[in-house]
Design a protein around this ligand. Structure first.
Ligand code: SF4
Length: 170
């Protein structure tokens, strides 16, 4: 035991170092999303995340937008708890049969104008769950989709780029 402790004290961590943050580029991208939202809506963007059946890795990346590193709220973008306060529904996962009605009701409860963004390969075409007895399939089979952000999972910067493309194309 003592030998193991000593070995752990002198050996280097086996985990890989995190990628170097590019703060300036990130700040510029998030600020662009905020400006685009203010041009389109006259205010900042409110986002409701809907997990329609994902493996949760897409959620980890979406949650990262709120962590101390990305800290999306400093740019005025915020996640809201109710679809009634949302402009954008970020939907992840293939839509499972159990989540179909919940997604339909969430969509109906979101006021116009609203956008639906399908996040991840599963949301786009069912991904690795395509053909499963438990899923309906892609998000577009249940609600209209305005933008797809591909990836398994897409990282936070890709998510921000997607939101910017959505607002600029709207
Ligand atoms: S796209 Fe990948 S990470 Fe996202 S829910 Fe599907 S399997 Fe999980």
């Amino acid at each position: 035991m003592r030998r193991l402790l000593l070995k752990n004290l002198v050996s280097r961590p086996v985990t890989e170092a995190a990628p170097k943050p590019d703060d300036a580029a990130l700040a510029e991208l998030a600020a662009d999303v905020n400006h685009a939202a203010r041009r389109k809506l006259g205010r900042s963007l409110s986002i409701r995340e809907v997990d329609a059946g994902s493996c949760n890795a897409c959620e980890l990346e979406i949650h990262a937008l709120n962590n101390a590193f990305y800290d999306l709220e400093r740019f005025g973008l915020r996640f809201v708890a109710s679809p009634r306060h949302a402009d954008v529904l970020l939907v992840t996962g293939p839509v499972t049969k159990n989540m179909r009605e919940a997604l339909e009701r969430t969509y109906a409860a979101t006021p116009d104008p609203k956008w639906v963004v399908a996040v991840g390969d599963c949301a786009a075409d069912g991904g690795i769950f395509a053909g499963s007895y438990a899923v309906e399939g892609s998000v577009s089979k249940v609600v209209p989709v305005d933008l797809y952000i591909r990836g398994c999972p897409p990282d936070p910067v890709t998510l921000l780029k997607g939101l910017l493309a959505l607002l600029e194309g709207a």
